[in-house]
Structures are given as structure tokens and as C-alpha cells.
Design a protein around this ligand. Structure first.
Ligand SMILES: Nc1ncnc2c1ncn2[C@@H]1O[C@H](COP(=O)(O)OP(=O)(O)OP(=O)(O)O)[C@@H](O)[C@H]1O
Ligand SMILES: [Mg+2]
Length: 490
């Protein structure tokens, strides 16, 4: 030890009171910073300039679920969710380039349980003199609850927006349909055939099976479709309908599946199809036998996979739609003629329900007459309280080739024409169909053919068959039966 050193010690002695004070202040300051580092209400970290963790506090392991000792040595960027890796790496690089300037951003940090937590990460550089960046100092604030709240809110808003859009589509559709809507959706009639029908409706309504309604024109297929929808769990939504026979084939695809903007010349807006509108509800495909053959594969795919694309679109839409088809055609015959795809026929025919012609359930006629009289009398503000027995007898005796629809029209006319409380129906006129000559002729042919068929026990071909008795070729008789809607009663 040299002379100078001795003097330094003397100095030190002289100043020993002040040095002790300094050391105490240093210790206190150190313990404050240590306490701050360890106990701050946030995660704290010190990392190398390229982002390797050198020291973390206990709260960092509370946020990530990883022990402090395991965090040290790992890269800060790797703590982040794969989607946020790059953003954290960029932050580290940015702090490095600017030497010190602090940055803060929201990221997702992985947690030990395989999930993630949202954090606000603040980073700043620590430089020592000319040596440049010495370390990174970081604060990690847990903002998970707030972010998840925001996410939930955003999801809720999206759901509301989607419901609003759907409601608009539905309202628009309902406005279009409002004029066509039937006001009564109850199946009137309690004869054995109608009771069986009601039982079938109840059996199938609760399922999501495709239903195929078969029956002559005017027998009430649409009434049955509505009854199935109304009994089903989808009844809080409107049943959506499309009539394949009422639309030109070129329009059916667009009406069913919708189209994208620009799908073809003149398509200047996007349009939702009935399958989209019916999502969560029931779609009634009326006259499904008229579905153009080139569209049938697309229909088959929705029935099987519940998915399709809009015309001109590439996004596959998934929908939950219950389909009810109806036809007065003999679909099996159309299949044989190559006009209806066999696979689609089998897919539609999962649960067929036959709605019988009115002449096979005459016992329903009185109830129907009463229901229609009541309906029209109320509508026209008439008072009709008596239906003479002879009138009812005549109505029950008619063969009703137009089925319930024809009966309903006849009653409507009768209510208009009846002056008093007595229902008057002009039976002979009705039977001949004064201004409906062809129908009356059809009706006469129909009755005659049925009489002959009953005599041959519904045998058309061969010796003693109906075709021979009627002196026509069997094929001619069969197509006539098809046209007049004659089928063997079950
Ligand atoms: N059981 C019934 N009870 C009450 N009304 C009925 C019944 N069946 C049919 N109707 C009425 O008869 C008319 C024809 O019924 P609907 O339109 O359902 O027949 P459809 O079988 O669909 O005929 P089409 O094959 O010609 O389309 C409607 O006004 C309907 O309300
Ligand atoms: Mg119909």
C-alpha cells in the first residue's frame, strides 16, 4: 500500500459517516427497485438485446403459468401465440434500432394449459454509455378479461347483425308471400284416412326427415306441409315456399340457390336464394316433379350435404333446412321416363305421405263444408246457419275431381249466391260445370274409368282387364289415368 493509499484511508475515515449514509441509501434504493421488480402489479422482465429472457418476476409466471426458472433463457417472442410471434419479434427489433425508445402493444401470450392470455407488453431499451444497448426492460400487464369482454361483445354484435340480416331477408320474402298466404292452416276432416294422415304428420314433424307429399291436385298437400312445419320445432320461423311449376326453369336455380353480384349480365346485386332464407326453417318444394333435370344434382347435394354455392359464387354455404316436397305426378313413372333422377327420387321418398282424393274420404265432406261456410260467411259478413240435408247429400255424392279446392270454390260461390240463412248450392249446374265443360267431361270419363277399374279389381292389362273393356290400348288408359289422377285406393 503506497503513501497515497494511506491518505485515502484517512480520507475515508474522515468521511466514514457520509459513506455509511451513502451505502445505506444505495441499499435502500436497491431494495426499492428489487421490490418494484419483484412485486409490481405487472409482469416484469429483463432480456438481452435480442430478446432472450434474463430475469423475470413471479407475476410473469402467474400470467403464463410457467415457472420463473423455466422462463429464463427462453426467447420473449416465443412466449407469444404463433399468430403474434412476428409482431413481438418486430417490437424487439424496433426497440433495438431506436436504442431506447419504448414501445407498447397488445399480444396474446401462450399459457401452460395450451390456451392464451391477452397482455399489454411494454418494452424499452437500456443503454450503458457508448456501448450501446445493454438490455431490454419489459412490463407485461394482464388485459385478458377486458379483451375477452371485447371479443364477446364483438361476437354478440356480429350475431345481432346476422339476425338482423336474416330478419330482413325473411321480411322481404314474407311481404312477397303475404298475398298468397292461406289464412287457415288446420287440416279439417276426421274420417279414417284423414286421421291416419294426422298421425303421420305428428310422427314425422318432430324429425328433420325429408317428406314427400303425394296426391291429386287440390287434395291439400300444401295444407299438410304447413301442418308439419307448424308442429315442428322450426315453427317459430316462417315456412319458405317455392313452386317449381310456376317458374321458368332458368329462374328456379337462382330462386333456390341465390346468385352473386355479376353472376351474369344484369345481376347487379347479390341475391339470397330460398335455401338461405329457409336456414333453420322448412322449405316447401311444391311441384317438385317439375324440377329441371339439370338442376336435380344440385338439389340432391343440398338434401344430402346441406351445402351449395350461389350462382357465380365459390364460397360453399352450409344451411340447416328441412325440405318438404309435393307433387301430383307419379315420380316413379317420371324416373322410368328418364325425366327424374332415380337417386333424387329415393332421397325425397324417405317419408312419403299420400293425401287421398276427396271421393275416397267422403266422410270428411260435411266437416269441410261447415268449415268453409263458416269461413266465407264471416269473410263476407253473411249469416248462414242452415245447410239443408238434401244439399249436403248432393255435395257428398259428387266425385270432386278438383278435390278439396273444388269443394271450397263451390262453397264460396254458394255463400255469395245464398240470399238468406239457408245455404243454397245449385247442384246440377255444379255437376255439369256450366262454364267448365272440359272439366265436366273429364269428370265423366274419370267416373266411368273408375267404375270399370273397380269391376276388374284395378287390373288394366290382359284379358278382361279395364283396357280391353274400354276398348283402348293399355298404355293409353294408363296415361289417361295419370292425367285424371286416378290411382288405386289403398
Ligand atoms: N283437409 C283440409 N282442410 C281444410 N282445407 C283444406 C284441406 N285440404 C285442402 N284444403 C283447402 O283446399 C285448397 C287446396 O289445398 P292445397 O293447395 O293444399 O292443395 P294441393 O294438394 O297443394 O293442390 P295442388 O296439387 O293443386 O297444388 C286450399 O284452399 C286448402 O286450404
Ligand atoms: Mg299445392
Amino acid at each position: 500500500m503506497g503513501h497515497n493509499d494511506t491518505r485515502d484511508i484517512d480520507n475515508a475515515d474522515r468521511h466514514s459517516g457520509a459513506a455509511a449514509g451513502l451505502r445505506a441509501a444505495l441499499r435502500r434504493s436497491e431494495s426499492w427497485f428489487r421490490a418494484f421488480f419483484e412485486d409490481a402489479p405487472a409482469g416484469t422482465l429483463i432480456a438481452s438485446p435480442d430478446g432472450l429472457l434474463l430475469s423475470v418476476n413471479q407475476r410473469m409466471s402467474a400470467i403464463t403459468g410457467v415457472a420463473e426458472a423455466e422462463l429464463v433463457g427462453r426467447s420473449l417472442a416465443d412466449l407469444a401465440h404463433p399468430d403474434d410471434n412476428d409482431a413481438v419479434a418486430e417490437m424487439i427489433a424496433a426497440v433495438g434500432e431506436s436504442q431506447q425508445a419504448p414501445r407498447a402493444a397488445e399480444h396474446r401470450f401462450l399459457t401452460a394449459d395450451g390456451g392464451h392470455r391477452w397482455v399489454l407488453l411494454g418494452l424499452t431499451g437500456h443503454a450503458v454509455g457508448e456501448r450501446g444497448l445493454d438490455a431490454l426492460l419489459g412490463l407485461v400487464i394482464d388485459i385478458d378479461e377486458r379483451k375477452r369482454g371485447e371479443e364477446e361483445l364483438r361476437d354478440a354484435y356480429e350475431k345481432i347483425a346476422e339476425l338482423t340480416r336474416r330478419l330482413e331477408r325473411e321480411n322481404q320474402y314474407l311481404r312477397l308471400e303475404a298475398d298468397l298466404e292461406y289464412h287457415h292452416d288446420e287440416i279439417v276432416g276426421r274420417g279414417p284416412l284423414t286421421t291416419k294422415l294426422l298421425r303421420q304428420v305428428e310422427q314425422v314433424a318432430g324429425t328433420r326427415s325429408t317428406v314427400l307429399l303425394l296426391g291429386e291436385t287440390g287434395t291439400g298437400k300444401e295444407v299438410v306441409a304447413r301442418a308439419i312445419h307448424n308442429v315442428s320445432s322450426r315453427s317459430d320461423r316462417a315456412m319458405v315456399k317455392i313452386n317449381c311449376a310456376a317458374l321458368p326453369p332458368s329462374l328456379i336455380e337462382q330462386e333456390l340457390f341465390g346468385r352473386e353480384k355479376g353472376a351474369f349480365t344484369g345481376a347487379d346485386t347479390r341475391q339470397a336464394g330460398r335455401f338461405e332464407v329457409a336456414d333453420g326453417s322448412t322449405l316447401f318444394l311444391d311441384e317438385v316433379g317439375e324440377m329441371p333435370i339439370e338442376l336435380q344434382p344440385k338439389l340432391l347435394r343440398v338434401l344430402q350435404e346441406q351445402e351449395f354455392e350461389r350462382i357465380g359464387g365459390t364460397t360453399t354455404l352450409r344451411v340447416d333446412v328441412r325440405v318438404i316436397g309435393a307433387t301430383n305426378r307419379d315420380l316413379a313413372q317420371l324416373v322410368r321416363e328418364g325425366r327424374f333422377r332415380e337417386d333424387l327420387y329415393y332421397r325425397l321418398n324417405v317419408f312419403p305421405i299420400t293425401v287421398s282424393p276427396l271421393r275416397e274420404r267422403r266422410e270428411d265432406i260435411p266437416l269441410l263444408v261447415h268449415a268453409f261456410v263458416k269461413e266465407f260467411a264471416a269473410e263476407m259478413d253473411r249469416r248462414i246457419d242452415t245447410i239443408p240435408a238434401r244439399v249436403m247429400k248432393a255435395l257428398e255424392g259428387h266425385s270432386w275431381p278438383g278435390n278439396v279446392r273444388e269443394l271450397r270454390n263451390v262453397i264460396e260461390r254458394a255463400v255469395i249466391l245464398s240470399p238468406g240463412p239457408l245455404l243454397e248450392v245449385d247442384i246440377p249446374e255444379m255437376a255439369l260445370g256450366r262454364d267448365e265443360e272440359p272439366t265436366a267431361l273429364d269428370a265423366a270419363q274419370r267416373a266411368h274409368i273408375i267404375r270399370i277399374l273397380e269391376r276388374t279389381d284395378w287390373r288394366v292389362r290382359g284379358r278382361g282387364g279395364a283396357a280391353e273393356l274400354l276398348e283402348v290400348k293399355p298404355t293409353t288408359l294408363e296415361s289417361k289415368m295419370l292425367r285424371l289422377g286416378i290411382s288405386r285406393p289403398r
